[in-house]
Write a protein that binds this ligand. Structure first.
Ligand SMILES: NC(=O)C1=CN([C@@H]2O[C@H](COP(=O)(O)OP(=O)(O)OC[C@H]3O[C@@H](n4cnc5c(N)ncnc54)[C@H](O)[C@@H]3O)[C@@H](O)[C@H]2O)C=CC1
Ligand SMILES: CCCCCC(=O)/C=C/C=C\C/C=C\C/C=C\CCCC(=O)O
Length: 264
């Protein structure tokens, strides 16, 4: 059974940034009734609303200043969605940062922020305030969740944890009472401000080499967002989707540990 974006209401954390903003725009192009941009950056959030209002009906787009690391602030974004649009059907847990120098902050935003969203959505808002039979949560993970990237160990760890939480909340134990499909997307390197490495990575053991992302295939956030719409509509719950190098989304399959034959 496929999920219909048309007529639904979505909340996008980090919706004022590169990937989040493109997800907001793709949702509007796919007939969303209303979308809340829940982002800590008020200046950018207001700017995005005014730019999108040139192309779409302004009453469909709401900016709510939100810090996902603060549960009350995150909850206010859900309340704003209900007040403005009467229901809430899709949560994009998308806000994320890279900062290996202030690694606690990276854990706060990438992991605690996503946990806050999962609890608010599965225990209250998406569970009780959805329009149709099913709601959807899309967690933004990364290819770094399954292939550890050098120089960003804390970031890699937060993204692996996102896959774990996605798979847990997809279990029928939760789904049977929430009717929320939970999936994760794992983008490859995508052209946004996050890929600026200056000041956010720690020097590795060999700190003489210049660290750049040269050689990594770069995709556009617009391409990524269009793939994400397909994932929202078609992906089964608990699935993890790699989207990299401007190629169609494909499912990442975890092995059953009991199939592993290696012995010490
Ligand atoms: N750009 C890339 O190459 C890749 C990005 N990702 C993930 O995609 C997501 C979006 O990142 P990008 O759009 O690339 O970065 P970005 O830096 O362009 O956007 C991130 C947005 O999150 C917001 N934000 C940061 N802290 C927040 C907080 N505490 N509460 C609410 N909003 C907050 C920022 O204000 C910004 O608008 C992140 O989770 C990132 O880890 C995953 C794989 C690749
Ligand atoms: C700044 C990283 C942005 C995070 C994007 C993401 O989620 C996945 C990225 C995947 C690969 C590249 C990321 C980081 C690599 C860091 C430095 C490159 C060092 C290259 C080298 O010198 O070996």
């Amino acid at each position: 059974m496929s999920f219909q974006i048309n007529g639904k209401v979505a909340l996008v954390t980090g919706g004022a940034g590169g990937i989040g903003r493109c997800i907001v725009e793709a949702l509007l192009e796919n007939g969303i009734k209303g979308v809340v941009i829940a982002d800590i950056n008020e200046e950018q959030g207001t700017k995005v609303v005014s730019e999108l209002s040139q192309k779409f009906n302004p009453t469909q787009i709401l900016y709510q200043k939100t810090d996902v690391t603060v549960v009350e602030s995150f909850e206010d974004a859900f309340k704003a969605a209900i007040q403005q649009f009467q229901h809430i059907d899709i949560l994009f847990n998308n806000a994320g940062i890279v900062n290996e120098n202030e690694w606690e902050k990276c854990v706060q935003v990438n992991l605690i922020g996503v946990i806050n969203g999962m609890i608010l959505a599965t225990e209250k808002y998406l569970k009780d305030q959805k329009l149709g039979e099913e709601a959807v949560i899309v967690n933004t993970s990364s290819i770094a969740s399954v292939t550890p990237e050098l120089l960003i160990p804390t970031y890699n760890a937060t993204k692996s944890a996102i896959n774990a939480i996605t798979r847990t909340y997809a279990e029928s134990y939760y789904y049977n009472s929430t009717k929320i499909k939970v999936v994760a997307i794992c983008p490859g390197v995508t052209e946004t401000s996050i890929v600026n490495l200056a000041g956010v990575v720690r020097p590795g053991p060999d700190d003489s080499a210049e660290r750049t992302l040269d050689g990594y295939p770069l995709q556009s956030p617009k391409f990524l967002a269009d793939q994400v719409m397909k994932v929202v509509e078609k992906a089964p719950t608990g699935t993890i989707w790699i989207i990299e190098d401007t190629k169609p989304a494909y499912q990442y399959i975890y092995n059953d540990r009991k199939m592993s034959q290696y012995k010490v």
